[in-house]
Design a binder for this molecule. Structure first.
Ligand SMILES: Cc1cc2nc3c(=O)[nH]c(=O)nc-3n(C[C@H](O)[C@H](O)[C@H](O)COP(=O)(O)OP(=O)(O)OC[C@H]3O[C@@H](n4cnc5c(N)ncnc54)[C@H](O)[C@@H]3O)c2cc1C
Length: 417
C-alpha cells in the first residue's frame, strides 16, 4: 500500500492539475495538505510583512473552496502552520509517507524547500505545470531560451505553439491514511471578505472567466487594456492565476475555443500575447535562477540605496505626484493595480525617487492580491533595466502618462479623496 502527501502550493484547483491527477492515479492513500509558512508573516528587511491582508483573504477563500471540493470527493484538506520541513517531519511521525507530490516552483526559496525535504530523506515528485506552454514543446532548451521576449515569441509562433492540453479533474481521490487525523488538523482561518471585487477559489475563477468570454470582452481587450478604471478593461484573471485557482493552459484553451466560435481578432491575440509574457518570465527563471534575485540583477549596476523616508512617501501614496499617489492608494485599498499603473509607480520609484527596486518589488509582493513570484520579479527587473531587456530600463514620464491615461483626473479623484 502506498501513502502519499499532496502538497498544494500555488495550484489550488482540481481541474488541469497534472501533478494532483498523477498522485491520485498512483497511490492507495493520499493526504492533501496546505502549509501556512510563518516566515511569510514576518517582516521583510524593509519593515513590512511579506503577505498583506488582501492576499491572505483571497488565499483563505481559495483554500476554503478547495477543501469543499475535496470533501465532495470524500477527501479533505489539512491546513498546517510551520516551516515546510518541520511540518513534513511531524506528518512522518504519524504516517508512513512514501512520497510527496507537489507542483514545481522554479524560484530560489521554493526550490530550496524541496531540496531540504530531499536531503532529509523524503522522496519528492515536483512537477512543472504553471505555464501556458509545456516547456518540452519549445524548440529550444530553457537554458538556451532567447533573452529577448520578441525572439522568444517569434520562435513560439513559428512552431505554432498555443498551450499545453489541459487535463481533467480526478474523478475520485484515494482515501485518507487511516490515522487519527484530528491530531494534525488545523482548521482554516475565518474567512473574511476584503470588500473588494475578487473572491478566491476554483469555482469563482470559472464563473469569472466564463462571464468574461460570454460578454465577448476579449474582442475589445487590445483597445482597453491600458485603461485604469473598472473590471472590464483587462481580463482580471491574475488573482486566480497567481493562486492556481485556474491554469493558464485552460484559459488559453477557452480563448482558442472562443476564436473558433467567433473568429480571431487583435483582442484575442493580445490576450494570448500577455499570457505568453507570463510564461516568458517563468522560463527565464530556469535560465538565470538566483541571479534574478541579486541587487544588480543581470546588469553590472547595483540598485539605488534604500531610504526609508522616501519609501514611506511612495508606499503610502504621499509623493505629491497625484497619479502615482492615486495608484499607490488603489493598491493599498484593493490589492490590485492595472498593468499601466504598475509600470508608472514602479518607474517613479526607481527613476524619479531613486529608490531601491528590490524594496518596491517586495512592497508589491506584500500588497498585490495577484502576487506571482515570476511575474513580479520579471517586471520589476524589466523596468529597472536589470533583466534581459536590451533597452536597459523603462522610465515612464509621469506628466505624459497623466495626460494620456487620466486627462480629466477621474482616476485620481477616485483614489485621492
Ligand atoms: C512592476 C510590475 C509588477 C507586476 N507584478 C505582477 C505579479 O506579481 N503578478 C502578476 O500576475 N502580474 C504582475 N504584473 C503583470 C501585470 O501587471 C498583471 O499580470 C496584470 O495587470 C493583471 O491584470 P489582468 O489579469 O487584468 O491582466 P490582463 O491584461 O488581462 O492580462 C491577462 C493575463 O496575462 C498575464 N500578464 C499580463 N501582463 C503581464 C506582464 N506584464 N507580465 C506577466 N504576465 C502578464 C497575467 O497573467 C494576466 O492575468 C506586474 C507588472 C508590473 C509592471
Amino acid at each position: 500500500m502506498t501513502t502519499a502527501i499532496y502538497w498544494f502550493r500555488n495550484d489550488l484547483r482540481l481541474e488541469d492539475n497534472p501533478s494532483f491527477l498523477q498522485a491520485c492515479k498512483s497511490v492507495d492513500h493520499l493526504l492533501p495538505v496546505y502549509i501556512h509558512q510563518p516566515s511569510l508573516e514576518q517582516d521583510t528587511a524593509w519593515g513590512f510583512p511579506r503577505i498583506g491582508e488582501h492576499r491572505k483573504v483571497f488565499l483563505d477563500q481559495s483554500l476554503q473552496e478547495l477543501r469543499s471540493q475535496l470533501r465532495d470527493l470524500g477527501s479533505d484538506l489539512f491546513e498546517m502552520t510551520g516551516d515546510v520541513l518541520d511540518v513534513f517531519e511531524k506528518l512522518k511521525a504519524l504516517i508512513d509517507v512514501d512520497i510527496i507530490y507537489c507542483e514545481q516552483i522554479h524560484a530560489p526559496e521554493e526550490l530550496e524547500q524541496v531540496a531540504l525535504l530531499s536531503s532529509a530523506g523524503f522522496k519528492t515528485n515536483p512537477l512543472w505545470q504553471s505555464s501556458m506552454l509545456d516547456p518540452l514543446d519549445l524548440p529550444f532548451s530553457l537554458q538556451e531560451m532567447p533573452d529577448v521576449f520578441t525572439q522568444f515569441r517569434q520562435q513560439v509562433e513559428k512552431q505554432k505553439l498555443r498551450f499545453a492540453i489541459p487535463v481533467h479533474a480526478p474523478k475520485s481521490i484515494p482515501s485518507l491514511p487511516a490515522i487519527e487525523l484530528t491530531s494534525i488538523k488545523v482548521l482554516g482561518r475565518n474567512i473574511l471578505s476584503s470588500g473588494n471585487k475578487f473572491w478566491g477559489g476554483e469555482r469563482s475563477a470559472h464563473t469569472h472567466i466564463q462571464q468574461y468570454f460570454e460578454r465577448r470582452l476579449p474582442d475589445t481587450y487590445k483597445q482597453t487594456r491600458n485603461e485604469l478604471i473598472g473590471m472590464n478593461y483587462s481580463s482580471k484573471f491574475s488573482p486566480w492565476l497567481a493562486h492556481g485557482c485556474c491554469s493558464a493552459g485552460s484559459i488559453a484553451k477557452k480563448l482558442a475555443d472562443y476564436e473558433f466560435c467567433y473568429g480571431a481578432n487583435d483582442g484575442t491575440y493580445w490576450l494570448w500575447f500577455e499570457l505568453l509574457w507570463r510564461d516568458y518570465f517563468r522560463f527565464l527563471h530556469f535560465k538565470y535562477g538566483k541571479k534574478l534575485y541579486c541587487s544588480q540583477g543581470l546588469s553590472k549596476v547595483p540598485s539605488n540605496q534604500f531610504d526609508s523616508e522616501k519609501f514611506y512617501k511612495w508606499s503610502s501614496g504621499n509623493t505629491g505626484e497625484s497619479l502615482v499617489d492615486a495608484g499607490m492608494c488603489e493598491l493599498k485599498k484593493t490589492g490590485y493595480l492595472s498593468n499601466r499603473m504598475r509600470q508608472v509607480v514602479a518607474s517613479y520609484w526607481i527613476y524619479d525617487m531613486k529608490g531601491d527596486w528590490q524594496a518596491g518589488c517586495a512592497w508589491f509582493e506584500s500588497q498585490l492580491i495577484d502576487y506571482d513570484v515570476y511575474s513580479n520579479q520579471g517586471n520589476w527587473l524589466y523596468i529597472a533595466g536589470k533583466g534581459t531587456d536590451p533597452r536597459g530600463g523603462r522610465p515612464f514620464n509621469v506628466a505624459k502618462q497623466t495626460q494620456d491615461h487620466d486627462p480629466d483626473g477621474i482616476y485620481r479623484q477616485m483614489w485621492l479623496t
